[in-house]
Each structure stands twice: as C-alpha cells, then as structure tokens.
Design a protein around this ligand. Structure first.
Ligand code: PEP
Ligand code: MG
Length: 315
C-alpha cells in the first residue's frame, strides 16, 4: 500500500519548499523510452546509445540510428531526452570500435576518445541525431562520455552543433573534468555527473571489482568533493548540472546531491518514486545542511550516518 501511494505521486520533482529538481530515467533502447513514457518521469536523463551497437560487427547506419533516436524522442513527446553518444570501451567493449588487446582499457581509448581513431563513428551518430530531431520534431540534448579536458568539450560541441544539435553537454566522470568544470561548462550548455565512473577514477578502483565495493562507494568524501566542485561551477555559470550515475537512485544521497546544487537526477525509472518522496519531505535549506554534513564527514560510513541523523522524521 505504501508502495502504491509512492507510485501514485506523479508531481514533478521538488523539495518541500518547491525548489524544482528534474527526476529523469536512464534508458538503453527506444523500447525503454516507450516504457518509461508511461511513468511520471520528467524525461530521459541518460540514453545509453551503445546498447544499439552491441553484438554487431559493424556500426548501425545513419538511417538505422536515426530511426531509433526518433522513436525514443517521439515516445517522450515534449519531455527532455538526453542522448549520450557512443560510450564504447572498458566495461562496454564493441567488436568494431575497440581494441581487445588494450592493457588498461578503462584508461585507454574509450568513450569520447574514440574520435581520435574513428571520427566518422561519432559524426555519423551526430548526423543521425540531427535527422531524428527533424523527424520527431523535438530537439534532444546530446552529451559525450569520458571527456577529460575543456578542449575535448569544445571539439565535441563544435561537432554536435555542426549537425544542428542546439543543446550540447558532456559527462563529468573523470576527476580532471570535475576539477576543471568551470572551463568545461564554458564550452557547453550542461554537464551530467557519471558517478559510477567518477568513483572508479577518483578512487582508482575498477568498477567491476566487487571485492573493492567499499572504495567504489559514491559516498566517499573525495567523490563528494568532486561533485561539489562541479555543482558550484554550474551555479556560477548558471548552467544545469545533472547526475546520471547509480548514486542518483539512493534517496539519501539524492538529498546530498540536491543540497550541493545538482539540478536533475537520472536513474532507473523504478527508483524515482522513493527519490521524489525523500525530496518532497526536505526543504532546499535542509538539503544544503545535509550536504554540508556529508561533506564534513571523514568517511563514507560517517557521511551516511550524518545524513540519517538529519532526516526529517517521516522519511
Ligand atoms: C557513469 O559512469 O556514472 C554513467 C552514468 O555512465 P555508465 O555507467 O554508462 O558508464
Ligand atoms: Mg560512465
């Protein structure tokens, strides 16, 4: 019954005092878009397009991609859709795009870096997104994964804009990008924190190594510091800073993220109701107090405990 009540709440994401925080879904296929469109999410915050490329020996053509993107855009209607360009490599190997013999694939030619080897792959995808936006009549937000420098952000933005994409962003999932978020945000319209990879690279811990899960924890103080640095840059430049890593689906951490100044949270659609509920029961000022307590804590466990101690009683 409590779950039914949670699911029945379809109001847009907001704190108790009405500060809006977009609650978005992570998807991998156009069919996912059709599914989440039937829920109260405010849009798609991460469309992992590599799912379209998996188990293929060649890249899908421009038209094939355009059809898939248009289908996802059409499913979401007027709602925001953030499409991520191909994130191949490391934990997402692709037969035709990545080298199987790379010694350190997580530190190698993955994500946006593939443009060095195969710019055509990215340009065809951006052309497909441009065509999809004409077909669907709604403009996607488009972002690149694994960007480390402002120069990479500038290059990506130029390529995307050349294909008629109006709203261009990059993911912040490398510590260098978080530390230089101001310079990166000067080149693009928005950023989205990928806390899965940000934790991996900040803590020098393979995200697939279960035995090191305590180090990979997004509550680690160093990871929170980098989220804080990125959110501050967004506030200074008046540009959106979202989170699309798994951390956004933890209702307690969501309060911290909002307190740090994050403007949207993207997660699996099923996680949205609990996050919506937690936000609704805390004011923006309470989130800021909660975030300050988490940042001041000396460890991930201490940060969690500090936040739990500050929750309003209903949560
Ligand atoms: C992330 O790294 O947090 C992210 C959202 O991207 P992915 O999990 O697809 O690498
Ligand atoms: Mg990532």
């Amino acid at each position: 019954q409590a779950e039914d009540a949670l699911a029945a709440d379809e109001a847009p994401g907001a704190t108790a005092d009405g500060h809006a925080v977009q609650l978005l879904a992570n998807i991998g296929t156009p069919q996912d878009a059709e599914r989440v469109a039937g829920t109260a999410v405010e849009g798609v915050g991460l469309f992992r397009t590599e799912v379209l490329f998996l188990e293929r020996t060649t890249a899908p053509t421009r038209d094939e991609q355009a059809r898939a993107y248009a289908q996802a855009l059409a499913a979401m209607g007027e709602r925001k859709v953030v499409v991520r360009t191909l994130d191949a490599g490391a934990d997402k190997p692709l037969a035709f795009a990545t080298q199987p013999d790379e010694e350190n694939p997580a530190l190698g030619v993955r994500g946006y870096r593939l443009v060095r080897r195969d710019p055509e792959l990215l340009d065809v995808q951006l052309a497909a997104l441009g065509a999809a936006q004409s077909e669907a009549g709604t403009p996607p937000w488009v972002m690149a994964p694994m960007v480390s420098t402002a120069a990479e952000a500038r290059d990506f933005a130029a390529r995307a804009r050349a294909h008629g994409i109006a709203t261009v962003g990059v993911m912040v999932e490398v510590p260098a990008a978080a530390l230089r978020a101001r310079e990166i945000l000067a080149e693009v319209d928005f950023v989205s924190l990928g806390t899965n990879d940000l934790a991996q690279y900040t803590m020098a811990t393979d995200r697939l190594r279960g035995e090191l899960a305590d180090l990979l924890d997004p509550w680690q103080p160093a990871v929170l510091d980098l989220v804080d640095a990125t959110a501050r840059a967004g506030q200074e430049l008046h540009k959106p800073v979202g989170v699309c890593g798994e951390s956004a689906s933890d209702p307690l951490l969501a309060l911290v993220l909002v307190g740090l100044g994050v403007t949207s949270l993207s997660m699996s659609a099923g996680a949205v109701p609990a996050v919506r509920y937690a936000l609704r029961h805390h004011t923006r000022a309470q989130c800021a107090t909660i975030a300050a307590a988490a940042l001041a804590a000396p460890s991930a466990e201490a940060a969690r405990a500090a936040v739990v101690a500050l929750l309003v009683p209903e949560v």
